[in-house]
Structures are given as C-alpha cells and as structure tokens.
Design a protein around this ligand. Structure first.
Ligand code: GLY
Ligand code: MN
Ligand code: MN
Length: 466
C-alpha cells in the first residue's frame, strides 16, 4: 500500500432507525423492503457475492451481510420488523458462525423475527426487486404479481413508496455523506496507486490490479466493473488485456464502495509515459475546462440540464479553437456538434449505487413532468432536476473519437461541412478521455468530494510511474 492503513467506519444504528422513521412518516400504509438474494453460479453452494438491494441497505445497514440474504423489512406506520432467516446449523462448517436473530436485533437495534413468522399485510407496497426470485417471493407473500426491475410503470401504493424512497435518498443525510466521503477517500487512493503503477509495457490488467488492490486492502469493494483501458473511446470497456504503450493515454474509471454500499465513481486519464503530447494536452485542457465549468455551475436551484450544457458548450468552444469545428458556438451546439464527441450525459446521481436510484428509472432522475429531451446533445442525460443541498452527482464530460459515430452520415448529418476532418486527424493520439469527479451540492455551491485525486496536467505528469 502507498499510504497508511485505512479502515471503514460503520454508521451508527440510530442513523438507520431515523431513516426508517422518516420513511414511515411519508407512507399511508405498510411496505415490504426486500434484501434480495445472491445468484448461484453453477450450483447452489457456489454463488456470486451477496449484495443487498440498496433500498434495504439504506434502511437496515451493511450491504454484504450474509444474514440479510432473503430477508424482508416490514415497515408500518408504527414500527419496523426485520424478518430474516435464522442461521442453518450446518452452514457454520462452511461459512463460520453467523449471528443469531437475537444477536442481529441487538446489533441493529431493530426488532428481528424469523422469516417464517412474516404475515404480509395484503395492502403492503413493494419496490421492483432486481431479480426474479425475490419478485416471486414478494408475489407469493402478497398474492399478486410483482414484476422485477424494468417491468411496467409503478402504480398505487408501490408508486407512493417509490416516491417516498426517492425523496429520502435524493438528499443525503449526515451518515450518508460520511460514507460518501470514505468511498471518495479510498477511490482517491486507488487512482493514485494506478498512476504510480503505470509504465510502458504493462497490460491494462496490471494497472487495474494495483487500483483494486488498494480498494480491497481498505476493506471496500468496487462499486462497478472497473474500466482501465487505453481505448477510452469504448465507454464501458470491459477488457483489460491491452498493452499499455508509451505515447498512449490510459483511462481509468474506478470507484470504491463502502461496506454499507455507498459508492465512489471517478475517472482520470493520464499519459502512459508520464508526459502528454502537445495534441493530447490541448484536448485534455479543453476537457478539463469543460469539467470545471460544469462543476462551477453546480449550486442549489440550478437545473442539472444546464450543468450538462455548460460542459458541452465549453468543450465545443475548445474544439472550435482547435479548428475541428468551424462556425458559431450556440448554433453548432444546438445541432449536436458537442454530442458527436461527447455522446453521453454529464453525469448522474451518486449514492448507494453508482447510478443512484436508477432501478426506479427516470422517476428518480427526472423532476415530475419532465422527460428525456429529443435533442441530440441532451437525450442521454440521466438526471434533470433542480439541484438541492445534500444531493450528490458526478460531473464527467468526455471527449471520444468514435469511428462508428464519425463515419455514420446519420450521426454527422448536417454537421459535415462544419467538421474539419484534417484538423481532427492531427489529434489521432487521443482516442478517448473522460474526467469524472463526485460532487456534493452544498448550501453555497458544490464540494468536490474527490478533489484529492490529481487532475491538472502537471499533477498527473508528476504522479505517473511513482
Ligand atoms: N462508472 C460508470 C459511470 O461513470 O457512469
Ligand atoms: Mn459516473
Ligand atoms: Mn465512472
């Protein structure tokens, strides 16, 4: 490890009790919140790691606690009860002693009963679970169809429960912010370790390993599949077998997740050799200016769409300055010029998930009455609300040379005469860069939770190769 030891701090039981109380106060009737199950791989005993559903983790605690597998929290206006499966005596041989339900109750400061005692009120509301098994269990408990995530639009009490959870989880409480800070700190360690490990001749997997080693050693896990690639233009690149060569930029999108499930989500791009070329540096500086413009726009009351546009327009200004586009900024932006190189939204909600609350679709990300824009530059935006203190968002503009977009007449369309392909060809050593930070909206503006991670050109150059 590069730095002194770090270990995560658990939130106090009172923080979860307060969340349960606030949820109950928003509900007219009972609700069931399911933890979900781990999925088996090739047989029942060989399973993917358990990670509780985020709504459950928000209200009960530790996301990876095995005792929560298959558990259901019943919240009614007067009290909350966790129905959990008592540890099987034979399982201790394989997985060690597990807490009894009484021990769990004492630790959580919550009433805990055996799952078989659960008599679900027939009018209980539920949220769409992620897997079919849990949907079937809830359907049986309630004697009605429960669709897994991605099913039809929510109605009635289920919709009211979703809206109540969204209202709570959009604005982070003190315990949540403490968790996000810890996720940010460990994410920062991972990125510094990745920069230090980088040198020509490695494979991407070796840099990824250095980054994830830091996260694991700090008692955390990854909040999503790491992207560590010299092909930054592949937005969610899952390959790590490429060689890291001098002259290339390496993009790393890696985040730590606390044991309670809170996420970091950060991207940096740095030169493998430790020095940006003049062309890499020019585009990197424009992208950084775009990212800083977007962060500068974050404050209470500002519509996130405007933060997105601030980034797109500043990037486009840079592309015009480099001669890649010819013409007038606003007109080019409205016609989708920025989106040709920055074909995604400027960010998303961050919290218990890297794309927080997206299990509830645009119901969470979009203010009531709003829906996705048809405009080419705005249609991939995952969040379009007015920002409020306590919200956490990512700010992550990118610049990508994606041949599939640039050679598609349907995408380039009327922009072809404005695009100078010879000027663009000068930047052939930039495939894809993204700069992503985690930002907390404050009363006065914004706090960048991940500010400790090198981002300026000089800082990055000083950090590569140790
Ligand atoms: N790491 C996924 C994202 O940035 O959205
Ligand atoms: Mn992100
Ligand atoms: Mn990311």
């Amino acid at each position: 490890m590069l730095e002194p030891d770090f270990w995560p701090t658990p939130s106090p039981p009172a923080a979860f009790a307060e969340r349960r109380r606030r949820l109950a106060a928003r509900l007219d009737g009972p609700a069931l919140i399911a933890a979900g199950e781990s999925r088996p791989r090739n047989f029942q005993g060989n399973r993917f790691p358990f990670r509780a559903d985020s709504h459950f983790a928000y209200l009960v605690g530790s996301a990876a606690e095995g005792a929560f597998e298959g558990a259901v929290l019943l919240i009614d206006p007067t009290r909350a009860t966790l129905y959990a499966h008592p540890p099987e005596p034979g399982a201790a041989l394989w997985t060690g002693p597990a807490p009894s339900l009484d021990e769990l109750a004492a630790r959580l400061e919550l009433r805990v009963r055996p799952f078989e005692e659960l008599r679900a009120p027939p009018n209980a509301a539920v949220l769409p679970p992620q897997e079919t098994e849990t949907a079937l269990v809830l359907g049986e408990l309630l004697d009605r169809d429960v669709e897994p995530g991605g099913g039809p639009a929510l109605t009635g009490a289920d919709a009211a429960l979703a809206d109540a959870m969204i209202a709570l989880r959009l604005i982070h409480d003190e315990a949540a912010i403490a968790q996000l800070r810890e996720a940010a700190e460990v994410t920062a360690r991972a990125h510094r370790a990745g920069m230090a490990r980088t040198r020509p001749g490695l494979r991407e997997a070796q840099v990824r390993a250095a980054m994830e080693a830091e996260i694991i050693a700090c008692g955390m896990s990854c909040s999503y599949g790491s992207i560590v690639s010299v092909h930054g233009e592949v937005l969610h690149n899952e390959r790590h077998d490429g060689l890291v060569a001098a002259g290339e930029l390496l993009l790393a999108d890696v985040g730590a997740e606390t044991p309670e499930g809170w996420a970091g989500d950060v991207t940096r791009a740095w030169p493998v050799s430790g020095r940006f070329t003049a062309t890499q540096r020019a585009l990197y500086e424009h992208l950084l200016a775009a990212q800083l413009a977007a962060i500068g726009a974050v404050r209470p009351g500002v519509r996130y769409l405007e933060v997105h546009r601030a980034a797109g327009k500043r990037l486009l200004e840079g592309l015009i300055a480099e001669g890649i586009f010819r013409g007038e900024l606003d007109g080019l932006y409205e016609r989708g010029a920025a989106a040709l190189f920055f074909p995604h939204g400027v960010g998303h909600l961050l919290g218990l998930d890297v794309h927080d609350l997206e299990d509830l679709g645009d119901r969470a990300g979009y203010a009531p009455g709003r829906s996705r824009s048809e405009a080419p530059g705005d249609r991939y935006l995952r969040l379009d609300r007015e920002l409020e203190p306590g919200m956490a968002v990512t700010i992550e503009p990118g610049f990508y040379r994606i041949d599939a977009l640039l050679s598609d007449p349907a995408r380039v369309g009327s922009l072809e005469p404005d695009l100078d392909r010879d000027a663009l060809a000068r930047f052939s050593d930039v495939r894809g860069i993204r700069i992503e930070d985690d930002v907390l909206v404050t009363e006065r503006g914004a706090e960048v939770l991940t500010a400790a991670i090198p981002k300026r050109v000089a800082e990055l150059e000083a950090s590569v190769g140790g």
